[in-house]
Design a protein around this ligand. Structure first.
Ligand code: Q9C
Ligand code: ZN
Length: 675
């Protein structure tokens, strides 16, 4: 997998601007592109990407979404004077035209299609197109909200037509609703459109009922349009991640897209005058990385909005870093979503329940909001839950103005805190690489001789535990400890070892805490007993999944999960990851993750590959995998190296697993917040 990340930028797209006084539109200016590109150069990211050449879109492509009459009308603006341009612009909602608009709109669309071509033809793994004008508001015969041609909507139609792509996921994280995209695909089940947007019960532009959560698509497309309205400003990283964990990611895994297009508006980021939200730039690296294991890695990110030049450019850089496979900085802050966000999320889950398997077997009640009944008479009184029972917090909108006071100063110090260095070597092997196909990309690490005394000081043993201190044990720890040293010293990003004894993972976790990891997340897939000493350690959060129903007692730092009696976990595991483990982990903020995979679990390799991929959003990607079975190593190494996982089939949450999941979320609420 030597493929890289494509980047398209062309100065031509700066060749238009607002020619008269029009306050609604003056934020959409050429510097948006130059600032983003300069910042990419400044961080050395441009040279790490593969430059893709630009082209103009042709009429045959534009008509995939727009009418000929509209195209003709736009074409005619090329020879208009300012007065005529004004009159023309005012026929539409918040958009301006310039004599160069027609040409540039064709370039913006053309480069978007170039990116789709490059990704679909395997010339690059993924990529980003820096374009203006943006696209997601424009409609069949209408310009709108700075948008002229709908770049992403045309791209989806183009992929269907050119490559026969059967399932396309469009993620619209712009702070505005891309109603233009919604209208194109409302009845189309082959395109799943997800948009979150500032809404404030329809008080915010473009003030459409169509933007609310109960616009779920029409006809064959029912359930393939997903709107998540934000009814308050000031949404933070935790709110965006909650939307991904509780809606988008499980849905995307069930949908199983062949291609993902992102309508990437960075007006959803902190400091933006339009969005007034509070997500920090590195949040977009998390969102990007969480999407990367899907669709065989085929991810095209296309710029939409973003009007605070500093926030926009830092966020663009974070997104490109994630596409390149750099470790993502941990998110700072409490990581608890707010009540208003959880209400919106809950309502989306309730309204989408009939269409999605992962929601079917869970209780998803509507949350009463002041307008819901009035706007949606189809919902009966019984379908409502009076208030949310989450541990979400009340939104403190004061943070917004505080932060805006001295924005540049805030960003300078914030970016200094979050920029992380990528270790030179990505993956280290602890004596398991003999016949690996990707051996040359990894570092083989020498084993160390470990003595009983060294291990003895790590764990307080109970009577029967002493039996573990056999040579076999010491040998396996001798492979594992040097890997942890290298990971914590940032010589390597992650590592893998094969160990016949699964519970050596507990020693590994404890060892991690002695060499610099303040908190370790230990994810154990299998039956092995864990010593009481570890279960009580607040530096080690243990999540153990096993098929056995027994009397294992949960405590704050030890969470046993009885998944299925017959151990057939399959893809269900991923739903547990989204709705329980990741929310938990983002709150815990581990500095090292240990994944121990027992040989007796019958989990599909593809699920394991996704799991390993997704866990790398935590702890700057510092993950140690301990596998009991040596035949899994090939797959695990490939995931640790960041190679895309092949998209085989969709993942379905089984009914019994949904029950386990719901119960678990209830139980965990007493100790943990992001749930
Ligand atoms: N106070 C995009 O982000 N309304 N378009 C502006 C200014 C229009 C946003 C009002 C916003 C359009 C792509
Ligand atoms: Zn926007």
């Amino acid at each position: 997998m030597a493929l890289g990340t494509g980047l398209i930028y062309d100065e031509q797209m700066m060749d238009y601007n607002l020619l008269w006084d029009y306050p609604e539109c003056n934020i959409e200016k050429p510097e948006r592109l130059s600032a983003s590109y300069e910042k990419l150069k400044y961080y050395g990211l441009v040279e790490r990407c593969i430059p893709l050449s630009f082209r103009e879109a042709i009429e045959e492509e534009i008509v995939l979404v727009h009418s000929l009459d509209y195209i003709e009308a736009v074409k005619s603006t090329a020879s208009m004077n300012v007065e005529e341009l004004k009159t023309f612009s005012y026929m539409y909602n918040d958009v301006y035209f310039h004599p160069n608009s027609y040409h540039v709109a064709k370039v913006a669309l053309g480069v978007t299609l170039q990116l789709v071509d490059a990704v679909m033809l395997g010339k690059v793994k993924n990529g980003m197109a820096l374009v203006r004008p943006p696209g997601h508001h424009s409609q069949k015969s209408e310009a709108c909200g700075f948008c002229i041609f709908n770049n992403v909507a045309v791209a989806a139609q183009y992929a269907k037509k050119t490559y026969g792509t059967k399932r396309i996921l469009i993620v619209d994280w712009d702070v505005h609703h891309g109603q233009g995209i919604q209208y194109v695909f409302e009845e189309d089940p082959s395109v799943l459109y997800f948009s979150w947007h500032r809404y404030e019960y329809q008080q915010f532009w473009p003030n459409l009922k169509d933007s609310d959560y109960y616009a779920v698509g029409k006809g064959k497309g029912l359930g393939f349009n997903v709107n998540l309205p934000w009814n308050k400003i000031g949404m933070e990283n935790a709110d965006y991640l909650a939307a991904f964990f509780y809606i988008l990611l499980p849905m995307a895994y069930e949908f199983n897209p062949e291609l993902i297009l992102v309508s990437a508006g960075f007006d959803a980021a902190i400091g933006d005058p339009e969005g007034e939200m509070c997500a920090t730039p590195e949040c977009f690296a998390h969102l990007t990385q969480l999407l990367m294991p899907l669709a065989n890695g085929k991810l095209c990110v296309v710029l939409e909005g973003g009007y605070n030049l500093r926030s926009l450019s830092e966020s663009v850089c974070m997104t490109v870093r994630a596409l390149l496979g750099d470790p993502v900085p941990p998110l700072v802050g409490e990581m608890v979503p707010c009540i208003s966000a959880m209400e919106s999320i809950q309502n989306v889950r309730a309204v989408q329940q009939p269409y999605w398997n992962f929601l079917k077997n869970q209780d998803n009640m509507f949350i009463k909001d002041p307008n819901a009944k009035k706007l949606n008479p189809g919902i009966g009184e019984d379908d409502f839950q009076s208030s949310t029972v989450t541990t979400a917090k009340e939104k403190e909108v004061t943070t917004v103005s505080n932060v805006n006071k001295d924005f540049d100063e805030f960003m300078n110090s914030h970016m200094k805190k979050v920029l992380v260095l990528a270790p030179r070597v990505r993956t280290a092997l602890g004596g398991c690489g003999e016949k690996l196909s990707k051996l040359d990309q990894c570092l083989q690490v020498e084993e160390k001789k470990i003595t009983v005394e060294e291990v003895g000081i790590l764990i307080r043993f109970g009577g029967s535990d002493c039996a573990y201190l056999k040579d076999e044990y010491l040998l396996s720890l001798g492979k594992i400890f040097p890997l942890i040293d290298k990971i914590m010293n940032r010589e390597v990003r992650n590592g893998i070892a094969v160990s016949s004894i699964l519970s050596s993972a507990a020693f590994a976790a404890r060892y991690g805490t002695t060499v610099g990891a303040s908190r370790v997340l230990l994810l154990l897939l299998g039956e092995d007993a864990i010593s009481a000493d570890i279960k009580e350690d607040e530096k080690i959060l243990v999540v153990q999944m096993s098929g056995k129903q027994d009397e294992k007692k949960q405590s704050k730092y030890y969470i046993p999960i009885c998944w299925k009696e017959d151990n057939e976990w399959d893809g269900d595991l991923l739903f547990l990851l989204f709705e329980v483990i990741l929310p938990l982990a983002y709150g815990f903020k581990p500095e090292l993750v240990i994944l121990a995979v027992g040989s007796n679990i019958r989990i599909q390799e593809v699920s394991l590959a996704h799991l390993t991929h997704l866990l790398q959003v935590l702890a700057e990607g510092r993950i140690l995998v301990i596998s009991q079975a040596s035949d899994l190593v090939e797959t695990l190494v490939s995931s640790l190296l960041g190679d895309p996982v092949s998209a085989t089939s969709s993942f379905i949450l089984q009914q019994e697993s949904a029950q386990v999941l719901m119960k678990l979320r209830q139980e965990l609420k007493q100790h943990w917040k992001l749930l």
